[in-house]
Design a protein. Structure first.
Length: 303
């Protein structure tokens, strides 16, 4: 199985082309291209030159010996008051991301579902489900034309009253799968392991439910309270006096579940905040360690 990670943090430090070279040098076989680091309004993917930009990145990747395993499209943010009124922009960027993915021979684009500001727990379930049927449905013709699939990710929202993260759109594997199946063969699922534990699920249980709809991953760790996007085993809260491993995520059970369902995608990290813990001059060393941890889990379980 190929190991993969996001390009975002290294791209901000070194530019996208050098980031791709460094990830390959660190030992990653593939990457989750962070398209969202480009401004939604003014960035290259909202210009006529976006395919030329993608072509340049593909050339760099080919020379470095690394593939595009998945794209991560721009992220509509429900905390921005007017984001629901900007659907024309999100529609355009989603279409452009699909075309760019095809240009670099990337099979999947992760596109977050739209989240109604009031959608917490199961409130407005049907209204939000129907909204996403319309949102994703507008992508179908482009997906069919370019042979790319959209991966729908499990999300969370914020409970202002309790001041905690809470379940929201596609927090359950059942809703994720139902949405993808209703939309058709052009749609699959991306399991975000960190988001699973934040909304009271286990990653392995979601893997079994998603089954053959599971095509991509966002693998990262947290303390089951904050979406910290840390490296596996690094958010386990080990106490100095009582040094037992207290992982909130059972990584062995997760890997066994992937093997049980015959998961065929990449093992793709979304743990960039681990890199940010270190001075910029140590960022490449941090990436090398991330690759080593990912390879350890994959090799340990024969994936």
């Amino acid at each position: 199985m190929k190991i993969s990670t996001t390009t975002g943090t290294l791209s901000k430090y070194y530019g996208e082309e050098e980031a791709i070279r460094l990830l390959a040098k660190a030992g990653f076989d593939s990457m989750d291209y962070s398209m969202f680091i480009h401004d939604a309004e003014t960035g290259v993917y909202n210009t006529k030159d976006f395919l030329d930009h993608a072509k340049k990145l593909k050339k760099v990747a080919d020379e470095a010996g690394i593939t595009f395993g998945q794209f991560h499209a721009q992220i509509p943010n429900p905390s921005v008051p007017d984001y629901m009124s900007r659907t024309e922009l999100w529609d355009k960027l989603a279409k452009n991301s699909i075309m760019a993915a095809a240009e670099v021979e990337c099979p999947y684009v992760v596109v977050h579902p739209l989240i109604l500001p009031e959608r917490r727990y199961d409130e407005l379930y049907k209204e939000n489900f129907d909204l996403n049927l319309e949102y994703y449905g507008k992508m179908k013709d482009t997906l069919k034309k370019y042979g790319v699939k959209v991966a729908i990710e499990n999300m969370w929202h914020w409970d202002d009253d309790k001041n905690i993260i809470c379940p929201s759109v596609c927090s359950s594997a059942e809703e994720m799968r139902e949405l993808a199946e209703t939309l058709g063969d052009e749609f699959v699922n991306c399991l975000d392991v960190g988001h699973a534990v934040l909304t009271g699920r286990t990653a392995e249980s979601m893997v079994y439910i998603l089954g053959d709809r599971l095509a991509t991953l966002h693998v990262h760790d947290n303390d089951a309270k904050d979406d910290t996007h840390d490296l596996m085993f690094n958010a386990n809260g080990i106490n100095m006096m009582f040094p037992d491993n207290e992982n909130k995520i059972d990584w062995d059970k997760f890997m066994i579940a992937l093997k049980d369902i015959g998961y065929k995608g990449t093992f793709s990290l979304e743990a960039d905040n681990f890199i940010k813990k270190f001075p910029e001059e140590l960022s490449f060393d941090a990436c090398c360690f991330m690759a080593k941890v990912a390879r350890h889990l994959v090799d340990k379980h024969g994936l």
